[in-house]
Every structure is written in structure tokens, then in C-alpha cells.
Write a protein that binds this ligand. Sequence first.
Ligand SMILES: *Cc1c(COP(=O)(O)O)cnc(C)c1O
Length: 399
Amino acid sequence: MRDDSRSTLTPVVQPRPAAKPAAASAARVITIDIVRVAANWRALAAHVHPAECSAVVKADAYGLGIATVVPALEDAGCRTYFVATIAEASAVRAVAPAGTIYVLDGLLPGQRGPLVEIGARPVLSSLAEVRDWAELGAGRLGPQPAALQLETGMNRLGLSRNEIDVFVAEPDLLARIDVRLVMSHLACADTPQARQNADQLAAFHRLCGRLPAHVVPDQSLAASRGILLGSDYRFDLVRPGYALFAGLREAGDVACAVTVEARVLSVRDVEAGDGVGYGAAWRAKRRSRIATVAIGYADGLPRSAGGVEGRPDGQPPAEVAYQGRRAPIIGPVSMDLITVDVTGLGENAPKRGDNVEIIGPTIRLEDAARASGTIGYELLTGLSRRAARVIRGPLDGQN
Ligand SMILES: *Cc1c(COP(=O)(O)O)cnc(C)c1O
């Protein structure tokens, strides 16, 4: 995991301590490689050029921490950020004083003041929100910047065709808003052959064409996976989030920036027929060596990662790795612990105190998620705050 020294990045990010003192002895450690995050952004920015590459850092930067990753993104050259909430906008503003910040939740009653104060732009997705922001623009401040989200097929948030037609009938409405961006979101971008992608692209063009002629802001459609659908989908600005943190191999040198390790608390041998864990749901078929590892659902490892024979979905159990070799999680995941059948590792089984890989080069985030019946997004954003966090900065691993 320390093989990133081949990176040719200039170390421009402020050096940070490699590890809090606690991390060295901690039982659960999440390592966040901000050099990797910066490299991912640069690779994506080069890939989508001349479109601008923003960074979606909602959910506290997909669990990695806004205060941790946004300074690295700033140094890499990122200038535009998307968050979900006003609190997240405020956290981005604290580390990106000149950044452009869009709030995807849009505008709720009572939020105009906080948005203006932070200097964040709402992504307006309904006529009610547009009227609310236009009312602000009619006042002393004048028209304030915002994005418009158009409904092209996701049917979640976005202005419908009928709502857009109101803009032509009421020219004052958009005159009171400084519309900087029009955007929409793809529902099926992870399935490149899905017809809905082309349908949404066509709908986006159609709806943008219905906007009043004086409104010619930047356009944006693609998130991480949308970037791979081709340059037609990139418009002026792309909005990757997941790819920055979890990787997107098809886009070049864009790799996962997170590893999760936990330590073995004890190792024991059980006899054939012995049950392991709550409910004795897993029973040893043979004499087995079981490692008890310090990670559980309170750390963000889903209960559904638990391996009991005959999982309802027929999936094999989730695995962990030790020195590059895999071993299955057996028995239920409990709050703080898992049990791992390390019999197959023989003499090379981990011992008390050893670190086991939960997510890393052997157990990829997507594989860990799939084996738990979920997606990498959920696993990443659910990683706990109680694990020690080690930030790998540009000056780490150089000496
Ligand atoms: C979350 C989100 C993104 C980023 O999606 P990724 O798949 O993580 O790249 C982009 N746009 C909108 C509207 C979103 O909600």
C-alpha cells in the first residue's frame, strides 16, 4: 500500500502528520491517500478536457472528510464543488475560500440567508425554489448565482418541461436569477448500453433549447460513470464524486484512495460442530482456526457481509485478506467484531495483533460491497468515525 512513491506529483499539498499518535496502536485504521485523490482529479480533468472537472464532495466527501480532501483538490486545481447540504457547503468554504460551491439539496424555506452568507449556490429544481431565489434577487442584493436542474428521466429532482415553459411566459422570473449552470443527472450511466442514456441526453438538449434566449449558462450532465459515455455527455462541466475516491479504471490512472484495516484480537481453534458468533449461525465442518478481528457493523461493515452457509442470495461470503491471501468472514458480523476462518492460510495465518485487510489492494471496495449485497458508494459513505484515520500526504513515504 506504500507503493505510490512512483507518483510524479509535485508535493504541493500542505504536509500533514502521517498518523495521529493513536493510529499506530489502533485496532481499526482507515487510510486516506490524498495524493491519490489529487492524482485522480488531475487524470479525470485531463480526460474530460476541455470540459471543466468539478468535484462532488457531498456526504463529507463520501466519508473521507471534506477538510481532508478538499485542500488536496484545491491544490490539484479544482475550482467547483458540489455538496448536498448547507453544512457541507460551509465545511467546503472553510478550506476553499474562492471555490464555487453548489448545493444539490437546492433551496428550502429559510435557507436563502445561510446560502448567501456562505457564498454557495443552490441547485434549483422546482418552480417553487426558482420563485424563492428570484424573490431574493428582486431585493437589495440583486440577482444571485444559482444552477437550474432539469428533469430528463430520473424523476427525482428537476424542472419539468411545463415548469420551464413558465420562464418564457414570465420573463421577470429568470431575470432575477443569475443562472450560471443548467444540469441534469443520468439514471443509468453505469449501464453504457442502456437506451435511457441517449434518451436523457436528447431530453437535456431539448429542455435547454426551451430556456429563454438570454439564458446561456454552462451545461452539465455527467457524473463519474457519465464521463465514460463519451464527449457528447460532458458539456462544459462534469461532476465526478465516487471516481475521485474509489477510482474509475476505464478513465486512466484513477484508483481507489481508501484502505481499511483491522487487527486480530485473538485466534482460536474450534472443533467440528462448534458454533461461532451470535446464534451459533455458523458451525465448523472440520477443526478450524478462527481469527476474531476488530471490525463490525458499528465501523460500517454491513451485517450482510456475514458469512453463514447458504446465504439467501447465494453469494459467497465476504472475505478479508492477510498478506495478499483471502479468508472468508464466517458467522454474523457483530457490532465491533467479525470472525474469519483462517484455516486455509495454514502456517501463514495472522496472529494476535496482526493487521487484516478489509478493503485494499486484495479486497477491492467494489468486491467487498458486492459480497455484502451493497454498492461501493454505501460502504464508503458508511465508514465509521471511530476508526483511527491516517492521512497519506505528499511527504509521506518519501523517506
Ligand atoms: C452524487 C451526484 C453526483 C456524483 O455522482 P458520482 O456517481 O459519485 O460521480 C453528480 N451529480 C449529482 C446530481 C449527484 O447527486
